[in-house]
Design a protein around this ligand. Structure first.
Ligand code: SF4
Length: 224
Protein backbone atom coordinates (compact mmCIF):
# COMPACT_ATOMS: atom_id res chain seq x y z
CA UNK A 1 0.00 0.00 0.00
CA UNK A 2 1.24 3.47 -0.91
CA UNK A 3 0.92 5.10 2.50
CA UNK A 4 -0.31 4.17 5.93
CA UNK A 5 -3.89 5.19 5.27
CA UNK A 6 -6.40 2.59 6.42
CA UNK A 7 -7.43 0.71 3.30
CA UNK A 8 -9.19 -2.60 3.81
CA UNK A 9 -10.30 -2.46 0.16
CA UNK A 10 -6.68 -3.03 -0.89
CA UNK A 11 -5.71 -5.52 1.83
CA UNK A 12 -3.11 -7.80 0.22
CA UNK A 13 -4.03 -11.04 1.98
CA UNK A 14 -6.57 -13.71 1.05
CA UNK A 15 -9.78 -13.28 3.01
CA UNK A 16 -9.51 -16.46 5.12
CA UNK A 17 -5.96 -15.46 6.18
CA UNK A 18 -6.73 -11.91 7.30
CA UNK A 19 -6.48 -10.75 10.91
CA UNK A 20 -10.13 -9.69 10.87
CA UNK A 21 -11.08 -13.30 10.12
CA UNK A 22 -8.78 -15.20 12.48
CA UNK A 23 -6.81 -14.43 15.62
CA UNK A 24 -3.45 -15.44 14.14
CA UNK A 25 -4.24 -13.86 10.78
CA UNK A 26 -2.07 -11.57 8.66
CA UNK A 27 -2.41 -7.82 8.45
CA UNK A 28 -0.78 -4.91 6.64
CA UNK A 29 0.86 -2.10 8.67
CA UNK A 30 -2.21 0.08 8.34
CA UNK A 31 -4.64 -2.60 9.58
CA UNK A 32 -7.37 -1.14 11.84
CA UNK A 33 -7.98 -4.51 13.51
CA UNK A 34 -4.35 -4.39 14.64
CA UNK A 35 -4.03 -0.66 15.34
CA UNK A 36 -7.34 0.46 16.78
CA UNK A 37 -7.86 -1.47 20.03
CA UNK A 38 -9.39 1.57 21.76
CA UNK A 39 -12.03 1.89 19.07
CA UNK A 40 -12.74 -1.82 19.22
CA UNK A 41 -13.41 -1.39 22.94
CA UNK A 42 -15.55 1.69 22.28
CA UNK A 43 -17.58 -0.34 19.84
CA UNK A 44 -18.07 -3.00 22.51
CA UNK A 45 -19.34 -0.29 24.87
CA UNK A 46 -22.04 0.58 22.34
CA UNK A 47 -23.45 -2.92 22.83
CA UNK A 48 -24.12 -2.10 26.48
CA UNK A 49 -27.17 -0.24 25.25
CA UNK A 50 -29.73 -3.10 25.10
CA UNK A 51 -31.49 -1.56 22.09
CA UNK A 52 -28.27 -1.36 20.11
CA UNK A 53 -27.33 -4.87 21.18
CA UNK A 54 -30.68 -6.24 20.05
CA UNK A 55 -30.49 -4.38 16.72
CA UNK A 56 -26.99 -5.70 16.04
CA UNK A 57 -27.95 -9.21 17.17
CA UNK A 58 -31.00 -9.40 14.93
CA UNK A 59 -29.08 -7.94 11.96
CA UNK A 60 -26.45 -10.61 12.40
CA UNK A 61 -29.06 -13.36 12.70
CA UNK A 62 -30.71 -12.01 9.55
CA UNK A 63 -27.37 -12.18 7.76
CA UNK A 64 -26.92 -15.80 8.77
CA UNK A 65 -30.43 -16.69 7.67
CA UNK A 66 -29.67 -15.35 4.20
CA UNK A 67 -27.84 -18.58 3.44
CA UNK A 68 -28.98 -22.15 2.99
CA UNK A 69 -27.17 -25.49 2.92
CA UNK A 70 -24.96 -24.40 5.82
CA UNK A 71 -24.93 -27.93 7.19
CA UNK A 72 -22.87 -28.97 4.13
CA UNK A 73 -20.01 -26.61 5.00
CA UNK A 74 -18.93 -23.12 3.97
CA UNK A 75 -18.10 -24.05 0.38
CA UNK A 76 -21.65 -25.22 -0.19
CA UNK A 77 -23.66 -22.34 1.29
CA UNK A 78 -25.81 -20.39 -1.11
CA UNK A 79 -28.06 -17.33 -0.91
CA UNK A 80 -31.71 -18.15 -0.42
CA UNK A 81 -33.65 -14.89 -0.25
CA UNK A 82 -33.84 -11.49 -1.97
CA UNK A 83 -33.18 -8.29 -0.08
CA UNK A 84 -36.83 -7.26 0.07
CA UNK A 85 -37.59 -10.47 1.97
CA UNK A 86 -34.73 -9.71 4.33
CA UNK A 87 -36.14 -6.24 5.01
CA UNK A 88 -39.51 -7.78 5.89
CA UNK A 89 -37.96 -10.46 8.09
CA UNK A 90 -35.66 -8.00 9.86
CA UNK A 91 -38.55 -5.60 10.56
CA UNK A 92 -40.51 -8.50 12.04
CA UNK A 93 -37.58 -9.63 14.13
CA UNK A 94 -37.35 -6.09 15.56
CA UNK A 95 -41.12 -6.07 16.12
CA UNK A 96 -41.49 -2.93 14.01
CA UNK A 97 -44.99 -2.22 12.83
CA UNK A 98 -44.74 1.19 11.16
CA UNK A 99 -42.43 1.40 8.16
CA UNK A 100 -41.42 4.52 6.27
CA UNK A 101 -40.88 4.21 2.54
CA UNK A 102 -39.11 7.08 0.81
CA UNK A 103 -38.81 6.90 -2.93
CA UNK A 104 -37.81 8.83 -6.00
CA UNK A 105 -40.47 9.94 -8.45
CA UNK A 106 -38.56 7.92 -11.06
CA UNK A 107 -39.33 4.75 -9.12
CA UNK A 108 -42.97 5.48 -8.35
CA UNK A 109 -44.22 2.32 -10.05
CA UNK A 110 -41.78 0.18 -8.12
CA UNK A 111 -42.65 2.03 -4.91
CA UNK A 112 -46.33 1.25 -5.42
CA UNK A 113 -45.48 -2.45 -5.68
CA UNK A 114 -43.20 -2.36 -2.64
CA UNK A 115 -45.80 -0.49 -0.60
CA UNK A 116 -48.35 -3.19 -1.44
CA UNK A 117 -45.93 -5.95 -0.51
CA UNK A 118 -45.15 -4.35 2.86
CA UNK A 119 -48.83 -3.61 3.57
CA UNK A 120 -49.84 -7.14 2.62
CA UNK A 121 -47.38 -8.45 5.19
CA UNK A 122 -49.19 -6.52 7.90
CA UNK A 123 -47.00 -3.41 8.18
CA UNK A 124 -48.41 0.07 8.61
CA UNK A 125 -46.62 1.89 5.77
CA UNK A 126 -46.04 5.63 5.42
CA UNK A 127 -44.67 6.38 1.95
CA UNK A 128 -43.33 9.75 0.80
CA UNK A 129 -42.22 10.76 -2.69
CA UNK A 130 -39.11 12.89 -3.28
CA UNK A 131 -41.05 15.81 -4.76
CA UNK A 132 -43.17 16.25 -1.62
CA UNK A 133 -43.74 19.87 -0.64
CA UNK A 134 -43.44 21.20 -4.20
CA UNK A 135 -40.66 23.62 -3.32
CA UNK A 136 -39.10 25.19 -6.43
CA UNK A 137 -35.46 24.47 -7.16
CA UNK A 138 -34.85 28.22 -7.14
CA UNK A 139 -35.16 28.06 -3.32
CA UNK A 140 -31.85 26.27 -3.19
CA UNK A 141 -30.26 28.60 -5.74
CA UNK A 142 -30.49 26.22 -8.69
CA UNK A 143 -30.40 28.19 -11.94
CA UNK A 144 -32.89 27.61 -14.71
CA UNK A 145 -30.23 26.09 -16.97
CA UNK A 146 -29.36 23.60 -14.21
CA UNK A 147 -32.86 22.14 -14.11
CA UNK A 148 -34.05 19.10 -16.06
CA UNK A 149 -36.89 20.97 -17.79
CA UNK A 150 -35.31 24.29 -18.67
CA UNK A 151 -37.73 27.19 -18.55
CA UNK A 152 -40.29 25.24 -16.50
CA UNK A 153 -41.31 25.15 -12.86
CA UNK A 154 -39.47 22.25 -11.24
CA UNK A 155 -40.03 20.86 -7.76
CA UNK A 156 -36.85 20.08 -5.94
CA UNK A 157 -36.27 16.64 -4.52
CA UNK A 158 -36.81 17.22 -0.83
CA UNK A 159 -35.16 14.53 1.29
CA UNK A 160 -35.18 16.75 4.38
CA UNK A 161 -38.96 17.05 4.20
CA UNK A 162 -39.25 13.32 3.53
CA UNK A 163 -37.33 12.72 6.75
CA UNK A 164 -39.28 15.30 8.75
CA UNK A 165 -42.58 13.73 7.68
CA UNK A 166 -41.45 10.23 8.64
CA UNK A 167 -40.10 11.56 11.95
CA UNK A 168 -43.48 13.18 12.57
CA UNK A 169 -45.27 9.93 11.69
CA UNK A 170 -43.01 8.06 14.12
CA UNK A 171 -41.94 5.38 11.69
CA UNK A 172 -39.82 2.66 13.26
CA UNK A 173 -37.75 1.66 10.22
CA UNK A 174 -37.27 3.70 7.07
CA UNK A 175 -36.69 2.05 3.70
CA UNK A 176 -34.97 4.03 0.95
CA UNK A 177 -35.84 3.41 -2.66
CA UNK A 178 -33.84 5.11 -5.36
CA UNK A 179 -33.03 8.44 -3.79
CA UNK A 180 -30.46 10.41 -5.78
CA UNK A 181 -26.82 10.68 -4.76
CA UNK A 182 -26.69 13.41 -2.11
CA UNK A 183 -30.43 13.39 -1.57
CA UNK A 184 -29.98 10.05 0.13
CA UNK A 185 -27.25 11.61 2.30
CA UNK A 186 -29.58 14.38 3.44
CA UNK A 187 -32.38 11.94 4.19
CA UNK A 188 -30.03 9.81 6.28
CA UNK A 189 -28.82 12.93 8.11
CA UNK A 190 -32.30 14.07 9.10
CA UNK A 191 -34.16 10.78 9.64
CA UNK A 192 -34.60 9.77 13.26
CA UNK A 193 -35.55 6.11 12.85
CA UNK A 194 -33.03 3.56 11.67
CA UNK A 195 -32.84 3.33 7.89
CA UNK A 196 -32.09 0.63 5.37
CA UNK A 197 -31.68 0.83 1.61
CA UNK A 198 -33.78 -1.39 -0.61
CA UNK A 199 -32.54 0.13 -3.87
CA UNK A 200 -30.10 2.80 -4.99
CA UNK A 201 -30.64 4.91 -8.05
CA UNK A 202 -28.65 4.38 -11.19
CA UNK A 203 -30.53 5.97 -14.06
CA UNK A 204 -28.39 4.35 -16.73
CA UNK A 205 -27.91 0.91 -15.28
CA UNK A 206 -31.38 -0.10 -14.11
CA UNK A 207 -30.52 0.82 -10.52
CA UNK A 208 -27.60 -1.55 -10.46
CA UNK A 209 -24.52 0.67 -10.08
CA UNK A 210 -22.27 -2.38 -9.83
CA UNK A 211 -22.91 -3.12 -13.50
CA UNK A 212 -20.27 -0.48 -14.28
CA UNK A 213 -17.91 -2.12 -11.80
CA UNK A 214 -18.49 -5.61 -13.23
CA UNK A 215 -17.68 -4.24 -16.69
CA UNK A 216 -14.68 -2.17 -15.59
CA UNK A 217 -12.32 -3.92 -18.04
CA UNK A 218 -14.60 -3.37 -21.02
CA UNK A 219 -17.28 -0.72 -21.46
CA UNK A 220 -16.44 1.19 -18.30
CA UNK A 221 -12.64 1.12 -18.58
CA UNK A 222 -12.65 4.92 -18.83
CA UNK A 223 -13.49 4.96 -15.11
CA UNK A 224 -10.15 3.44 -14.16
S1 SF4 B 1 -8.94 -5.26 8.99
FE1 SF4 B 1 -6.78 -5.58 8.55
S2 SF4 B 1 -6.65 -7.69 7.85
FE2 SF4 B 1 -8.81 -7.10 7.71
S3 SF4 B 1 -9.06 -6.32 5.61
FE3 SF4 B 1 -8.60 -4.56 6.89
S4 SF4 B 1 -6.38 -4.32 6.71
FE4 SF4 B 1 -6.85 -6.41 6.02
Amino acid sequence: MKNNRINCAQCPFDMPDRLCKREDGKAPASCPTKNKPQLIEKCREAFQDPDILEFARQASIQEGEGYGFKELGYNHVRPIKPRIEEVIEFARKMKYNRLGLVFCVGLRKEAAVVEKIFSSKGFDVVSVICKVGRLPKEEIAVRDDQKISIGQFESMCNPILQALILNDEKTELNVLMGLCVGHDSLFLKYAEAPCTVLAVKDRMLGHNPLAAVYNIDSYYRYLK
